[in-house]
Design a protein around this ligand. Structure first.
Ligand SMILES: [Fe+2]
Length: 582
C-alpha cells in the first residue's frame, strides 16, 4: 500500500512517500526550486518521491494532506465575520486545498479521473504529532506539538500508545507560543520567515532583564488545571488583521504579516529596523524572549509528564526546533527520553500525514523508526563524475582524485586537521533543515578563529550565530554534560567546562553546543571521518555547518561544485572524489 504525504500551500512545502509502512523518501521543495522555505505546490518533491519508490501517480493508494479546512470551523467563522480580509484569505486557501487533486494531476500531466487514490485531510497538529510519535522508537510516549498556527490551533498535546494517538488538549487561535516568538523576533528587526533561530543564537549574548514584561505578554499559570497559556492580546495584531501566511507568487517565498502592536513597542522599547545596529538592549530582549519561551514550554512539558506519568516525550512543530529549550527538558521535567524528528517544522507534516493515514485511519501496526535523516536525493558515481568533468575544475588547477574509502577519509581528516575548510557531499540528502554529514561543510573545532574564518570566507552570516559540533556518539558524555542521543541536532547541551577550550569553534558564548551525535549505524562514512580526525588530533568532534551560502542546502553535485567555486572552500569531497585547489 502506497501513501503519498503532501505539505502544500504552506511554508516548507514538502512530500514524502510511505510504502507498506516504510518511509521510502521525504524531501522539501526548496531543495529543488532553490527558494528557502518555499511554499506553493511541491511538484518536484512529489516527482522525486515517486521516482525513489519506483512508482507512478496511478500506483498511489492514498494521498494525505496535513490540513483540514473544516477543523474548528465555528472559530474560523467567528473571526471571518469580524475580519473580511481574513474571510477572503480563507476562501482562497479553501479553493487551493480542494484543488489539490487537480494540481497533482496537472503537475504530472495526467487526467484527474485517472487518479484512483483516496484523499485524506489530516488536521495540522495531529499530523505534527504523528510525524514525531510514529517515527519514534517509543511504544508509549507523551506528545506535544507547538508552532505558530495551523488549522487555527497553535498547540496540541496527548499520548501515543502502539499505533494509536489520543489527543488531550489544544490551544487555539489567537494564542500561540510560536507567534509570540515570531512577534518579538520581528520587533528585534529579523523580518524574514524562519528567522527565529537567529534570535535563539542572539539570546546567549544578553541578560533576561525584560522577563517580567514578557510574562505579561504571554501568560501561563503552572498551577492551573489547563495545560494552556494565553497571549496578552493588546500586544499583538494578528487577531485583528488575520493570521494567514502568504507567499510570493513569483518564487514562492513565504512571509508573515506584522504580528506585534504599538503596545508591544511601548512595553519593550522601539522595534529595531532590519538594517539598524544591534544594541545590548536587543540582546537582552532576545535573552528575555528565550527565557520566557522556556518557562512556558518547559512548564507545559512538566505538567504533561506529571499527568501522563510517561518517561518519553515526542515533540513537533516549529517550537520543537528550539534546541536550547529541548536540552533543558531532562532537568526541568521527569521525562528521560526525547524524540524530535529532523523535520520537526511544517515540512515534517508530509511524513506525519502519511503515517497518520497508515496507523490512525488504516489501523496498521508500527514497524518503522526514523533513526537517520537521509531520505532525500542521491547521485550515482557516474553523475558525480560527469558533474566534475563538466565543471572545468581540472582545467582550472584543481587536483581531482578518486580514492578508496579508507584513504579518502584519512586524507580528508588530515585536511580538516590542518585548518582547511572542507565541503563534504555524500549519499542521500538530509530531510529537515540541518546538514547532518551528507551535505555538510566540515572544519576544525579546535581553532577559536574558525568561526570568523567560516563567516568571512563562506557562510556570510551574522557573527552571533553559533556553529554546531558533530561528535562520535560514544564520546558524548566525555565532552557534554548530557549524553542522551541528539542525532538530528535538535538538542543543545552544556559543553563540559574542561573541554570548552578543546572545541572553542562550535561552543557557543554561553558554553553550549547544538550537537549531532553520530553513530556508525546511521552514517558509517561520516563516523569514519570523525574517527580519523580523532586518531589524528585526539578530539572526537568536527565542526559541522550546512553546505550552502545563504541559500537552501545544496542538493545536486552541480550545486555543491558551484558553492565550492564561488566560496573560498579549500577542498571538496563528492562521493569518492577528493578535489583540492592548487
Ligand atoms: Fe505547523
Amino acid at each position: 500500500m502506497n501513501i503519498l504525504g503532501i505539505n502544500a500551500y504552506h511554508g516548507n512545502a514538502s512530500a514524502a512517500i510511505v510504502c507498506d509502512g516504510r518511509l521510502v523518501a521525504a524531501v522539501e521543495e526548496e531543495r529543488f526550486n532553490r527558494v528557502k522555505y518555499a511554499a506553493g505546490f511541491p511538484a518536484q518533491a512529489i516527482r522525486y518521491c515517486l521516482k525513489a519508490a519506483s512508482l507512478t501517480l496511478s500506483d498511489i493508494d492514498h494521498v494525505a494532506v496535513p490540513r483540514n479546512p473544516y477543523a474548528r470551523l465555528a472559530t474560523k467563522l467567528f473571526y471571518a465575520l469580524r475580519m473580511p480580509s481574513f474571510a477572503r484569505e480563507r476562501a482562497k486557501v479553501l479553493t487551493k486545498f480542494t484543488g489539490i487533486p487537480k494540481a497533482l494531476a496537472q503537475a504530472f500531466e495526467a487526467d484527474p479521473k485517472e487518479l484512483s487514490a483516496k484523499f485524506h485531510r489530516i488536521e495540522h497538529h495531529q499530523a505534527h504529532l504523528a510525524s514525531s510519535f510514529y517515527c519514534s522508537p517509543f511504544e508509549s510516549a507523551a506528545l506535544l506539538s507547538a508552532d505558530g498556527l495551523g488549522d487555527f490551533a497553535s498547540t496540541m498535546w496527548g499520548t501515543g500508545n502502539g499505533s494509536r494517538m489520543k489527543i488531550d488538549g489544544v490551544v487555539t487561535f489567537p494564542h500561540s507560543l510560536g507567534l509570540f516568538y515570531s512577534a518579538v523576533t520581528q520587533c528585534l528587526g529579523f523580518l524574514k520567515f524562519g528567522d527565529e533561530y537567529k534570535v535563539m543564537g542572539l539570546a546567549a549574548y544578553g541578560q533576561p532583564d525584560q522577563l517580567e514584561a514578557l510574562r505579561d505578554i504571554v501568560r501561563f499559570n503552572p498551577g492551573s488545571a489547563n495545560n494552556g497559556f494565553s497571549l496578552g492580546l493588546d500586544y499583538f495584531s494578528h487577531h485583528r488583521t488575520g493570521p494567514e501566511m502568504s507567499w510570493a507568487e513569483a518564487d514562492k517565498t513565504p512571509s508573515l504579516g506584522k504580528l506585534f502592536s504599538n503596545e508591544m513597542e511601548k512595553r519593550l522599547g522601539p522595534a529595531r529596523g532590519a538594517e539598524q545596529v544591534l544594541e545590548q538592549r536587543h540582546r537582552d530582549l532576545a535573552s528575555s524572549l528565550q527565557a520566557r519561551l522556556e518557562e512556558v514550554y518547559l512548564g507545559m512539558l512538566k505538567k504533561l509528564a506529571e499527568r501522563t506519568e510517561l518517561k518519553a516525550v515526542c515533540l513537533a512543530g516549529g517550537v520543537a526546533f528550539n534546541c536550547v529549550a529541548n536540552g533543558k527538558i531532562f532537568d526541568a521535567t521527569s521525562f528521560d527520553q526525547v524524540y524530535v524528528q529532523p523535520a520537526a517544522g511544517d515540512a515534517g507534516l508530509a511524513v506525519g500525514a502519511a503515517y497518520h493515514v497508515w496507523h490512525q485511519i488504516l489501523a496498521k501496526p508500527r514497524s518503522f523508526v526514523m533513526d537517520h535523516a537521509y531520505w532525500g536525493p542521491e547521485y550515482s558515481r557516474d553523475e558525480i563524475r560527469q558533474a566534475i568533468e563538466s565543471s572545468g575544475m581540472a582545467q582550472n588547477g584543481c587536483t581531482i582524485a578518486e580514492l578508496p574509502e579508507e584513504e579518502l577519509v584519512r586524507h580528508t581528516a588530515a585536511i580538516v586537521a590542518e585548518g582547511k575548510i572542507l565541503g563534504w557531499f555524500q549519499g542521500r540528502a538530509e530531510w529537515g533543515p540541518r546538514a547532518l554529514g551528507n551535505r555538510s561543510i566540515v572544519a576544525d573545532p579546535r581553532r577559536p578563529e574558525m568561526k570568523e574564518i567560516l563567516n568571512q570566507r563562506i557562510k556570510h552570516r551574522e557573527i552571533f550565530r553559533p556553529f554546531a559540533p558533530s561528535i562520535l556518539a560514544e564520546a558524548t558524555s566525555e565532552y557534554f554534560e548530557k549524553s542522551h542521543p541528539s542525532p538530528f541536532m535538535t538538542l543543545a547541551y552544556s559543553v563540559r567546562p574542561e573541554k570548552r577550550e578543546k572545541i572553542p569553534a562550535p561552543t557557543h558564548v554561553n558554553g553550549t553546543g547544538r550537537l549531532q551525535t553520530v553513530t556508525r549505524e546511521a552514517n558509517p562514512r561520516y563516523h569514519a571521518l570523525i574517527s580519523a580526525f580523532r586518531d589524528l588530533t585526539g578530539v572526537p568532534v568536527v565542526l559541522n555547518t550546512s553546505f550552502n551560502d545563504n541559500e537552501p542546502i545544496v542538493c545536486r553535485p552541480e550545486e555543491a561544485i558551484d558553492c565550492f567555486k564561488r566560496t573560498q572552500m579549500d577542498a571538496l569531497v563528492l562521493g569518492d572524489f577528493l578535489i583540492t585547489r592548487g
